[in-house]
Design a protein. Structure first.
Lengths: 243, 243
């Protein structure tokens, strides 16, 4: 991406499938987004005293981690796996028994995005819960930013895109960031439409209806609570820890 | 995609990279969109009496077609190739000398999308020029609809997405179509924001600025003229002809 001197760029990538085609080539941080629900849960976990999260992509890896004695959070399509200690609802990570623990974490979409990005850049975890804290932290890093939505089974989804728009809007407003990315511009427009009533806007997201069918939508109001924590989860040697 | 009985679905695919991941599996028509500028030019060509367009993906194929005696329209990144008769500005297809001719056509993004979709479904060409006529034709076909944006080098772009939103909005308003596709919902929201002043909205599209740098933006106002033709270009045995 072309950029004015001394400005950093923001690029939005709507699904991991598009990640190989990003234009940002160097000196960048990737913000992983999976609002429903991996990145919301990871922010919750670290905010509630979980020591570290180890993201794993496959069920086999998750099963191996269980054998090694880790607590395991694992689900597919919203269903908790039988060998796992719990699924990926953020409420599970608020329990006293997870405090100080390291938890292996495997989910449908979120982990895939983390692994897609982890090889070539710094990775940080974003959700509405840590929106402002994350924006401030990104401004301090003095790097370009790529916001990578997890999507749903490789497709665009509304909730991650609206978050990407929220984060882009703050970065562009408060500091030396610019964007020439159409995805970022579209995401900001969606955030503009959604921001005054996030819950109502997200009513139309298809993933929200999938969760409803699975009776997993108890978490929605919590998920769209903006700025409930200052935690900045970063990926460090394969583990997600507090920055 | 789940759908109520007797309703047809609309799905939007923001770039050809995402096309292998569409959820629509059967009985569907793909609408190819490359507003700046292939599908706008194709609509113009057929409206102005060009007999047929043969889309070709590579420059080698385009060169071969020239040797075979076809008129050839070919450009990369907005630059006309030296062996070609002209580039892909719609104005080229308004000249009297193209009337009744078959033209081989190779472009940066549009042809790729046509070829991505051509193997497994019916293909039709969409642009703002034939928006309403296309919507009416699609309603008559009694099939599911996938709107495939060409994007820019595999990335999301605003102008194709806004068009996808415009077409989806008409289909959902006037007939037996439904959507559970978040991309379609986002596209409709972008169209809502853009529709009252398309030219102003598209000012922020990055591709529009690329064209401006190449001094190719003389065509913009024409491109965003809604409903200037009733032509329905369809793909038939590798050739684009009037339906």
């Amino acid at each position: 991406m072309t950029k004015p001197k001394d400005k950093f760029t923001v690029e939005v990538c709507f699904t991991p499938v598009l990640y190989p085609h990003i234009l940002t080539q160097s000196n960048f941080i990737v913000v992983i987004v999976d609002i429903l629900r991996a990145t919301t849960s990871i922010c919750t976990a670290l905010a509630c005293g979980v020591k570290a999260i180890i993201p794993v992509a496959t069920l086999d890896e998750a099963r191996e981690m269980k054998k090694k004695g880790y607590l395991v959070a694992s689900e597919r399509d919203g269903i908790v796996m039988d060998f796992a200690d719990f699924g990926n609802s953020p409420f599970n990570f608020m329990k006293p028994e997870v405090k100080g623990k390291t938890i292996a974490y495997s989910t449908t979409n979120g982990t895939k995005a983390i692994q897609a990005a982890s090889n070539d850049s710094n990775v940080v975890i974003g959700s509405f819960l840590n929106l402002s804290a994350l924006a401030i932290w990104l401004i301090q890093q003095q790097k370009n930013v790529v916001i990578l939505s997890s999507g749903w089974k490789n497709k665009f989804n509304l909730e991650d895109s609206v978050f990407a728009g929220a984060l882009t809007s703050i970065l562009l407003k408060n500091s030396g960031f610019v964007t020439e990315c159409d995805s970022a511009k579209a995401a900001m427009d969606l955030w503009k439409l959604a921001r005054n009533n996030l819950m109502e806007y997200i009513e139309k997201a298809s993933h929200r209806h999938r969760l409803k069918k699975l009776v997993l939508d108890d978490v929605l109001e919590y998920t769209f609570t903006v700025d409930s924590t200052d935690v900045i989860p970063i990926l460090n040697n394969g583990m997600i820890i507090k920055a």
